[in-house]
Each structure stands twice: as structure tokens, then as C-alpha cells.
Design a protein around this ligand. Structure first.
Ligand code: GLN
Length: 496
């Protein structure tokens, strides 16, 4: 099995760079060449820092030449969803309102990546402020799915998933508020982890809905996702919601096998809108896990059906508050003629800077928080959220993991859902529960539709149960070969 350098796993790249079999410069150049060849078709990057990446790679090779250890991700080319704040690199959140903003600092995740020897290639496209499921809400351009360029890569971390799937980077980091890591991972055939709420610092992450947002890795293998997660996770005093629990080393979990695990299948999530091809792939995946010694049983999540309305009240409410800071005073864009007063400047800036979906969410959120409506909408949604979390707690008294499809369908066509926000929101039905309840979830490739589009299996664990997710996902991955399939080269500038 000799794959081109741009498809070699992050773990293997770090091993070869650290043993000086391979120069970090060589690895980074291979990634930059791949980006130059394939990204014009995919549109994954908003900003490519070729110069910075090469400079960093030379530093890493220099450290190794002096027998210094650059860290566990030495020379690994990584790309970041453009909500992660990066010192000296433009950070846009996919929005025009942050035009021209160059952050003066690195967020915690970025700091930890740099300290581990990772090389940051650049910033990835997304739905504006992470609001969306297709990348079509980016203020700049859509990103395409490497498996079929007429289809969306999912969202909002769609470009992160596309970039990893197409070998533009060895791994990427996205954020997940209602599914934005897991759903695009599923639609692009890669592994995506949303950690437990509080596992990864949100310091230096542009906020969408603060009680839901989490940063997590997208990778081509389960072991890579574990390696990337280990690097960024753990307590951070700068984030008051950060959990002061040690992050387990995941090596054992990756080797342990699925034997003895009990996996619950929620009856309430057997929904009519799910594509039969998706159901078939997920059923087959559960059969594999049974074959590996796991037990599959029915569980009940009676309030799961309210996840969608609860999420689409809580998330816009928090967004309306978080996005109040973009007013033309502090960051980025300032619109309108001077001398017309502060309010005029605010409204012109926000009018020009935010896109349609962001405005829709600000209005929905402001409405739900209005005095007189607060109790009927926002408080009610929070109460429902508590019931949803309790359902999971009860289910986890009986099972180790919960399994569902990640997304009800494989990748849909560009333009197919843009005029119909409701149908776009419905695509989130399986992924909203975990963030509402603060739980970790992973999506692993589990098959392909007859058209050759990837399908993902979602596993959800109790709080801080990432090791169990990795245990089951790694065992499943070893027993199958879905994750080893690559998108057609003819879509990526190479020979068919
Ligand atoms: N698709 C969901 C939304 O639009 C989730 C987005 C996310 O997780 N950031 O809100």
C-alpha cells in the first residue's frame, strides 16, 4: 500500500519526520502542491499561509537536526476552520463583517497545536459564523464535495472535511455546535469527533452558541483523530467552562476491541426521512460491531424528537447575544458615511456585514429572548434540553454507546436546500442531541451509496467517554475498509 505523501496519515508523518526519514519541509511542500492542484476545484481554503508553513517546517527540521523534540505532531500539515483565532493570519468566521481583521493572538487550540510541532497551512471555509449544514452560507464561496463536485461537503466545517478527504492536509480542526464536525465528516467520508462540552478550550474560538460550541478534529483515520484530540484537549484556565479532568491516553482504547460493549439504538430516531441506503449502511455497521463481540440493543430517547426545535431556539438566542459585538467599533468592517451617528453606523455595518442566514438567526434569537416571550420560548427550550439530557443519562445506565446515522442522507446537491432553511435544519436531526446534552460524538465512515457517496455512522458516549468512542470506532475501522477509499482523482486535478 503506497499512497502519495499527501494521503499518509498524521501519525505516520510525525513518526517519519521525528525519525528524520522525511523532512518536515518535504511533507509541507507535498501538502501545498496538493492544495495548488486541487483547491481551485474544491474551494476549501480562505487563506493559505504557504510562506509561514514552509518557515515553520524548516524550523522543525532544524530542531530535529539539533536533536530537539518538536513534539508529537512534528511536521504534520494541519488546516483550521476559520473560526479559530490565529495570530497574524486573517480570521473571518466566513463573514464579511470581520473583513480585514488580523487577530493579535492564538487561541488555546492553536497554541497547543503549534507547541506540538504541527504546521498550520491556512484557514478553511465555513458557513458564516458556523451557521449551516452545507458551506453554502459562506460569505465568500461554496466548498465542493471531493466525491462529487456538484454536491455539498456538509457544514459548517465542510471545507475541513473536504480538505482532509482530498489530502489537502493531514488533519483539520472544526467546531461543532449542532453537528458541524460530524455531519461534514460523514458527507466527505472522514472521521470527525465532537468532544464532551468543556473538554476542549473555547478560548480564541469565535463564538456561535457558547453553551454548545466545541472544537474537534477531522481526520482520515480513527487513530489520527485520537492523536489530534489528545493534543488539543484538557483544562484551560482561560475558559471557565473548561473541565479540570485529565485527558486519557488513547493508545489502549484504540487497541482494545469492541468485545463486551453494549450499543443502544434509539427507537425514536428511526425516522421516515432517512434514506434507505443510509439505514442499510448503518445496520450493516452494527452487524460488524456485533460480529466483533458488541451487543446491540434498543434504547429509548423519548424527547429526541424535540431536539430540533430546542436547538433552533437555544442556538439562535445565544448567537444573537454573541454576535452583538460586531458593530463596526471593535473589529473588521465599518460601513456608512461618517457623521451620521453611532446607530446609523451600527445598522449599516451589520446590514452590510452579515449574510441572510446570520440575520435570520439574530432575529429568531432576539425574538426568543424578548421579554414576554422568554418564558414561552427560551426558557421552555432550556427545559426541553434538560429532558433530552436526562433521556441520554437514563439510556447510558443501560448501554455504553448510542448509535445512529450521522446524517439522514448522503451529500446533497449544491443549491438543493438553500431556498428552504427548514429542510436544511432537518438534516441536523441526528447530531443535535449530543451538543444539547453536552456529550461526545464521533462520525466514522461506514459505507457508500450506489452513487459512490460516503455514509457515516455516529456513536455517542456519556460525558468524558471519548475513550469508548475511540475504542468502538477503531475496532470497527480495522474490520472494514470504508475509510481507506479515496475520492476520484479526476475531481482533484489528477488523472482519473
Ligand atoms: N447545522 C447546524 C446549524 O446550522 C449546526 C451548525 C454547527 O454545528 N455549527 O446551526
Amino acid at each position: 500500500m503506497s499512497e502519495p505523501l499527501h494521503y499518509v496519515s498524521a501519525g505516520e508523518l510525525a513518526r517519519r519526520v521525528r525519525s528524520r526519514e522525511l523532512g518536515a519541509v518535504e511533507v509541507v511542500r507535498a501538502a501545498l502542491d496538493r492544495i495548488a492542484a486541487a483547491d481551485p476545484r474544491l474551494g476549501a481554503f480562505l487563506h493559505i499561509d504557504a510562506e509561514g508553513a514552509e518557515r515553520r517546517a524548516r524550523e522543525i527540521d532544524g530542531l530535529l537536526a539539533r536533536r530537539d523534540d518538536p513534539g508529537p505532531l512534528a511536521g504534520v500539515p494541519i488546516a483550521l476552520k476559520d473560526v479559530l483565532v490565529t495570530r497574524g493570519l486573517p480570521t473571518t468566521a466566513g463573514s464579511r463583517i470581520l473583513a480585514g481583521w488580523i487577530p493579535p493572538y492564538d487561541g488555546t487550540v492553536v497554541e497547543r497545536l503549534r507547541a506540538a510541532g504541527a504546521v498550520i497551512l491556512g484557514k478553511l471555509n465555513l458557513d458564516e459564523f458556523a451557521m449551516g449544514s452545507s458551506n453554502e452560507n459562506s460569505a465568500f464561496h461554496p466548498t465542493r464535495n471531493p466525491w462529487d463536485l456538484e454536491r455539498v461537503p456538509g457544514g459548517s466545517s465542510g471545507a475541513a472535511a473536504a480538505a482532509v478527504a482530498a489530502g489537502l492536509c493531514a488533519g483539520a480542526f472544526g467546531t461543532d455546535t449542532g453537528g458541524s464536525i460530524r455531519q461534514p465528516a460523514s458527507l466527505c467520508g472522514v472521521v470527525g469527533l465532537k468532544p464532551t462540552y468543556g473538554r476542549v478550550s473555547r478560548w480564541g474560538v469565535i463564538a456561535f452558541a457558547s453553551s454548545l460550541d466545541q472544537v474537534g478534529p477531522l481526520a482520515r483515520t480513527v487513530a489520527d483523530a485520537a492523536l489530534l484530540f489528545e493534543t488539543i484537549a484538557g483544562f484551560d484556565p482561560r475558559d471557565s467552562t473548561s473541565i479540570a479532568e485529565p485527558v486519557p491516553r488513547l493508545g489502549d482504547a484504540l487497541r482494545r476491541g469492541a468485545s463486551g460493549l453494549t450499543i443502544g439504538r434509539p427507537r425514536e430516531l428511526e425516522l421516515p426521512g432517512v434514506d434507505p441506503e443510509v439505514t442499510a449502511a448503518v445496520d450493516a455497521a452494527l452487524d460488524v460491531l456485533v460480529h466483533l463481540g458488541a451487543t446491540v440493543t434498543d434504547v429509548s430517547l423519548p424527547h429526541a424528537k424535540y431536539s430540533l426545535p430546542a436547538y433552533y431556539l437555544v442556538a439562535p438566542a445565544e448567537a444573537s447575544s454573541n454576535l452583538a459585538r460586531y458593530d463596526g467599533v471593535r473589529y473588521g468592517l465599518r460601513a456608512g458615511p461618517p457623521g451620521q451617528g453611532l446607530h446609523d453606523m451600527y445598522s449599516r455595518t451589520r446590514g452590510a456585514g452579515f449574510g441572510t442566514e446570520v440575520k435570520r438567526r439574530i432575529m429568531l434569537g432576539t425574538f426568543a429572548l424578548r421579554s414576554g416571550y422568554y418564558d414561552a420560548y427560551y426558557r421552555k427550550a432550556q427545559q426541553v434540553r434538560a429532558l433530552i439530557a436526562r433521556d441520554y443519562e437514563r439510556a447510558f445506565a443501560e448501554v455504553d454507546l448510542i448509535a445512529t446515522p450521522t446524517s439522514p442522507t448522503a451529500a446533497f446537491r449544491l443549491g438543493e436546500k438553500v431556498q428552504d432553511p427548514m429542510s436544511m435544519y432537518l438534516a441536523d436531526v441526528f447530531t443535535l442531541g449530543a451538543p444539547l446534552a453536552g456529550l461526545p460524538g464521533i462520525s466514522v465512515p461506514c459505507g457508500f451509496t450506489p452513487e459512490g457517496l460516503p455514509v457515516g455512522l455516529q456513536l455517542i458516549a456519556p460525558p468524558l467517554g471519548e475513550a469508548t468512542l475511540f475504542r468502538a470506532a477503531a475496532a470497527y475501522e480495522r474490520a472494514t475498509d470504508h475509510g481507506a477509499r479515496r475520492p476520484p482523482e479526476s475531481n482533484l486535478g489528477g488523472a482519473p
